[in-house]
Design a binder for this molecule. Structure first.
Ligand code: FES
Ligand SMILES: [Fe+2]
Length: 433
């Protein structure tokens, strides 16, 4: 099934067996070959500002305590006692100098070292305390974003590769983004890949799935939720690569058509840019992107929650956390440029949650469909059927565009979603490139 899928991509047929959406063996393969080796977004530095602050975050179903130690260094430890495996930290957030296991009382400091074992002098005379500290995984930062990896092949910067060119526009040239909230969480019955694929600029669904969002005026009149003429005011960017030459992600950007709609993603940003990308930022009103495997973002200027209050951007970063082949935890951080006032940040939060909170209009539109896909992919018949990403762009790549990737002046095609699946096939089948 998987080799056939690879052939289909090599032959530009882009057919995907429906079964890969909902199959336990595939899920196990994903944990081993994708989630254990990728860099996974864990949270923002601002969420744990003080020494001892921690948050529990996940890579696939594996829980990790992400903690700022007494030495101010951020580390991530598998949330499992080295004695007999008990979960040692049961709260999601907190501040701790040490953790004591609730089972037999082993304790660890906030740098992961085993520091206490009850009755050690009598019954554990041979226990090597150095050896039985908490299991630490790799942690690296891109700006103020913390990523973790269980066994990375390359560093985070190399992993993000060409995607950094565009991530920098959002997370650097804006003056940096800060999280407005602790992430809101929503678990529902769909396969994580559908979300990651969808945020790889699925322009084709917005005008159908989210028609009511546009009809009710929740989205900007010039937003990506409406039809526009392909070739005007938008680009899709497919095939961004890491430093090993593997595709890592795709972006969509929409540009403001005129003065009445703000650029800068709809935020007020005072900027004196000494960077050619500053001109892009000035024009951008919307973006959507996925970085393989499960980090996505969406910013849409000039949105509404249907109230009479001011319009503001929907602005978020999210992680599609697989909890099984048919269950995903969505964690969503509302983000704003760092110097945004608390008042505007609150408004951005309200609007974002009305679109993409657990009961948000867009979230419900999407997840009701994604649950259906996951449901039909469950059974025997799905094994005999394929879906497809055959939509071809009808406009050639832009000439004279300075950044990396295949950049086209239209988002009406499925090249960006293919980027996601190409990398998925590579990892699952162990292909080099
Ligand atoms: S499992 Fe933690 S002390 Fe025994
Ligand atoms: Fe959607």
């Amino acid at each position: 099934m998987l080799r056939k899928m690879r052939d289909s991509f090599s032959n530009q047929q882009y057919e995907i067996p429906l079964k890969v959406i909902n199959d336990y063996q595939i899920y196990e393969l994903e944990l081993e070959k994708i989630f254990s080796r990728s860099w996974i977004f864990l949270g923002f530095e601002e969420e744990i500002p003080n020494e001892g602050d921690y948050m529990v975050r996940y890579i696939g179903p594996d829980p990790f305590i992400v903690i700022r130690g007494d030495d101010n260094k951020i580390r991530a430890f598998f949330n499992s006692c080295r004695h007999r495996g008990s979960m040692i930290c049961t709260s999601e957030y907190g501040n701790a100098r040490k953790f004591t296991c609730p089972y037999h009382g082993w304790s660890y400091d906030n740098k992961g070292k085993l520091i206490g074992v009850p009755l050690r002098d009598r019954i554990y005379k041979n226990l090597d305390m150095e050896k039985w500290g908490l299991i630490e995984i790799n942690v690296e930062k891109y700006e103020n974003l913390i990523f973790g990896s269980e066994s990375p092949r390359i560093g985070l910067s190399e992993y993000l590769g060409e995607a950094k060119y565009y991530l920098d526009i959002i997370f650097k040239l804006t003056g940096g983004m800060r999280p407005v909230n602790t992430p809101f969480k929503f678990t529902t019955d769909f396969n994580w890949k559908i979300g990651a694929e969808n945020f790889s600029e699925d322009r084709l669904h917005t005008v159908v799935t989210h028609k009511t969002v546009a009809d009710f005026g929740f989205a900007s009149p010039v937003s990506r939720f409406g039809y526009i003429t392909p070739g005007t005011n938008e680009v899709s960017i497919a095939d961004l690569k890491d430093t090993e030459g593997k595709v890592i992600g795709a972006f969509g950007f929409r540009f403001t058509p005129g003065e009445h709609i703000p650029g800068y993603f709809g935020f007020r940003i005072n900027s004196t840019f000494n960077d050619p990308r500053g001109n892009l930022l000035k024009k951008i009103s919307h973006t959507v992107f996925t970085i393989f495997p499960n980090l996505s973002g969406f910013i849409a200027a000039d949105s509404s929650d249907g109230s009479r209050k001011d319009r503001a951007p929907v602005s978020l970063l999210r992680v599609w956390q697989p909890l099984g082949p048919d269950k995903t935890l969505i964690q969503t951080w509302v983000i704003t440029p760092k110097d945004t006032s608390d008042e505007i940040a609150k408004r951005v939060y309200e609007i974002t949650i009305s679109h993409f909170g657990p009961g948000g209009a867009a979230e419900q539109d999407d997840t009701s469909i994604w649950r259906g896909i996951t449901q039909v992919a469950r059974g025997y018949f799905a094994k005999m059927n394929t879906t497809n990403l055959k939509a071809e762009p009808d406009l050639p790549p832009l000439e004279g565009w300075e950044g990396p990737g295949i950049v086209r002046p239209t988002q009406f095609h499925e090249e960006c979603q293919r980027t996601f699946w190409r990398r998925w096939i590579m990892e699952i089948l162990g292909d080099k490139k």
